[in-house]
Design a protein around this ligand. Structure first.
Ligand code: ATP
Ligand code: MG
Length: 255
């Protein structure tokens, strides 16, 4: 943990694509146990910010610290090893594998050298398999352990992606719109899962639905055209005039 109490800290982080400033001087800190919401209109820079934090993209400027350590510009797999996991806006799973195999691969890659996978099978017993089963149980997919990932409902695929993200024992989990495109019946399952996980780790959540943000998040960061235009509790940001202006016509009142 950093001396200032932040698990994750961003200092003046920017990312340009040619002349486009997708992320423009963002600074904020996430504390241990905090659930932080990131909201903003389409194209505001939310996913780009995640890509920069998790090492998929290098920032054009600024520094990023995890547990006080400068992780700016490190490759994604190293940042993941240091305790940060993520899910993607477009779900990333292995469709031709079972639920068990998808999670097993994640646990295995943490435990051993990933290239050994080419010479190995998903051993049904042993500590790696036990850990994979524990994670599958945690996310509530045990009845679908041997289902092919491509046969799962979209909501369950999102849950599986979260399970895969858990396989590297994160201290902080970044979720990019985990309820997007999910049917109403399954949205609650994902909210309940995020709520349960938040007891174990910090979470940063990109989410468009303000009811979900209000229910899950302690603090909210609002982005618009790459800039942070407001930060605070859900209630406070929903009262902010600039936030109200960019969300004109949409519901931003926290219930
Ligand atoms: N690899 C890239 N190359 C060029 N421009 C990009 C790239 N990735 C994102 N952008 C641009 O950066 C801006 C921010 O995009 P980003 O995907 O981060 O927005 P977002 O807030 O996640 O939007 P949404 O709510 O639609 O997911 C957009 O103008 C987008 O077109
Ligand atoms: Mg996005």
């Amino acid at each position: 943990m950093a001396e200032n109490g932040y698990l994750l800290e961003l200092k003046d982080v920017s990312r340009h694509f040619g002349g486009l400033v997708a992320v423009d001087g963002i600074s904020y800190g996430v504390r241990k146990g905090e659930v932080r919401g990131i909201i903003g209109p389409n194209g505001a820079g939310k996913t780009t910010l995640f890509n920069v934090i998790t090492g998929e993209l290098k920032p054009t400027a600024g520094r990023i610290y995890l547990k006080g350590e400068d992780i700016t510009g490190l490759p994604a797999h190293i940042i993941c090893e240091k305790g940060m996991s993520r899910t993607f806006q477009l779900t990333f799973i292995f469709p031709e594998m079972t639920v068990f195999e998808c999670v097993w691969v994640g646990v295995y890659s943490r435990a051993r050298r990933p290239w050994d996978l080419f010479f190995s099978r998903t051993d049904p017993s042993g500590p790696i398999a036990e850990k994979a089963q524990r994670i599958i149980h945690t996310v509530g997919l045990e009845e679908k352990t041997h289902e092919m990932a491509s046969n799962l409902s979209y909501g369950d695929q999102k849950v599986l992606e979260i399970a895969m993200a858990l396989s590297t024992d994160p201290v902080i989990l970044l979720l990019d719109e985990p309820t997007q495109g999910v049917g109403p019946g399954e949205v609650d399952t994902i909210i309940n899962l995020v709520e349960r996980l938040s007891k174990e780790m910090s979470i940063v959540l990109i989410e468009h639905d303000m009811d979900i943000v209000a229910r899950l998040c302690h603090n909210v960061t609002v982005l618009s055209f790459g800039k942070m235009i407001a930060e605070g509790t859900c209630e406070a940001v929903s009262r902010n005039e600039e936030v109200q202006r960019i969300y004109l016509g949409e519901k931003i009142v926290c219930s």
